[in-house]
Design a protein around this ligand. Structure first.
Ligand code: FES
Ligand SMILES: [Fe+2]
Length: 420
């Protein structure tokens, strides 16, 4: 948490070796649309070419290195470098060199296009890059996380899209404790009590249960450092679970969303999609919290005690306006910069980092639930999965050989499977 030497090692052994999230294809919908990002310290941008292909290009001019994409988002037919005006098209080809008669016949324009990271791939529209040419293929890397990405994306028959805009904020804490926090449900009751009370004040849902009741759930390590917590969706889901906070008018529209899920996926998968929240970590730094709203969180480590945090809002493409509106409201109410959760979480994480300075603590306790045969959601199995992978990686190993109890489908508490 506090060692600059370990931070440098993490850059080499984790960020330079893993698959890292860049963005979702819906962010670049039309040819020429681009989004600028910084991934593992490297400036790059994701762009849809005029040939409709999505590419990830390093944001560095092949002449002297200047950054040629100068805005966070936009649409452009070409990118002209502001330094000596070399010009690149939407596929990264070098298409304009002022005064190119001054170059010799060996000057090879074709070789001077913008470069891509060594590996670029996508899973169902989620784009990842790796700076490690030898990294395993993306689907293999995703391991057990893939099933949960599918559950997130299957909540809409027409697919999901990212809303324009993002929340971006710097947290003065080590990136690992920020990642941990997104999968830590132990803190929810004590720290987000105001939000739980707020939801509970709307009364009980159709099953007669309130969010304030003990929420069943379990944690799972998904391999390769990925992890998940699944808990019963007692605060409602725009995808198909009504909650009194939505108002009576939305009871039928949400029931019909649910019906579409049943028709497409069958009752039991529809139940899993609609009645369960997922807090998913794709190692090392992508989190998808699929709860009342669905947030994609990505963490870019800046220093041993500083991390840039990004939130994007993933919504169903086809949902009616009034359902979109409750999603947006849930997103802002909980995750937003003035929401019930994010400011509290940031306060806690910065407080931990400050506390590390006072006490010299370099390690956190993550042993909760180690002796339980079936770990609960408020236990820390999913965090141990993350840390074991981390530990293997900083030693230069690609995987850990240490496991503790991993819940399998059959072991998931009945209360969660049928907890309506
Ligand atoms: S650095 Fe881009 S044209 Fe010279
Ligand atoms: Fe939190």
């Amino acid at each position: 948490m506090t060692s600059p030497d370990l931070f440098r090692l993490e850059q080499q052994q984790i960020l330079d070796r893993c698959w890292l999230y860049v963005g979702h294809e819906s962010e670049v919908e039309k040819p020429g649309d681009y989004r600028r990002r910084t991934i593992a310290g490297r400036p790059l941008f994701m762009i849809r070419g005029r040939d409709d292909q999505v590419r990830v290009l390093l944001n560095s001019c092949t002449h002297r290195g200047a950054m040629i994409c100068r805005r966070d988002a936009g649409n452009s037919r070409v990118f002209q470098c502001f330094y000596h005006a070399w010009t690149f098209d939407t596929a990264g080809n070098l298409v304009g060199v002022p005064g190119d008669d001054a170059y010799s016949s060996d000057f090879d324009r074709a070789a001077l296009g913008l470069k891509s990271p060594p590996r670029v791939d996508n899973y169902r529209g989620f784009y990842f890059v790796s700076f490690n040419p030898d990294v395993e293929d993306l689907v293999t890397y995703l391991a057990g996380a893939r099933e949960y990405i599918d559950l997130v994306l299957d909540q809409s028959a027409e697919g999901m899209r990212v809303m324009p805009g993002s929340d971006k904020f710097t947290v003065k804490a080590n990136w690992k404790i920020v990642v941990e926090n997104s999968l830590d449900t132990y803190h929810v009751n004590p720290m987000h009590r105001t939000y739980l009370q707020f939801l509970a004040s709307f009364g009980t849902d159709d099953s007669g249960q309130s969010i304030g009741d003990r929420i069943p759930g379990y944690g799972k390590a998904l391999g390769n450092g990925h992890g998940v917590v699944e808990v019963a969706a007692r605060g409602g889901r725009p995808a198909g679970r009504w909650h009194p906070i939505y108002g009576e008018d939305l009871r039928d529209p949400i029931a019909s969303r649910r019906q579409r899920l049943v028709e497409k996926h069958g009752e039991s998968r529809a139940h899993r999609i609609a009645d369960t929240y997922r807090l998913l970590l794709v190692y090392p730094n992508l989190v998808i919290n699929d709860i009342m709203a669905t947030v994609i969180k990505c963490y870019e480590p800046l220093a041993v005690d500083r991390v840039e945090s990004y939130h994007w809002h993933l919504v169903a493409k086809d949902e009616p306006r009034e359902i979109r509106s409750i999603r947006m409201d849930s997103f802002l109410t909980f995750f937003g910069p003035g929401g019930f959760a994010t400011p509290d979480d940031v306060e806690a994480l910065e407080s931990c980092q400050a506390g590390f300075r006072a006490t010299g603590t370099e390690w956190s306790d993550i042993s909760r639930g180690m002796l339980r045969p079936v770990p609960l959601g408020t236990d820390e199995l999913q965090l141990r999965g993350f840390w074991r992978q981390w530990h293997a990686n900083v030693q230069g190993l690609s995987e850990t050989n240490v496991q503790d109890g991993v819940a399998t489908e059959g072991e998931i508490p009945t209360s969660l499977r049928t907890g309506r």
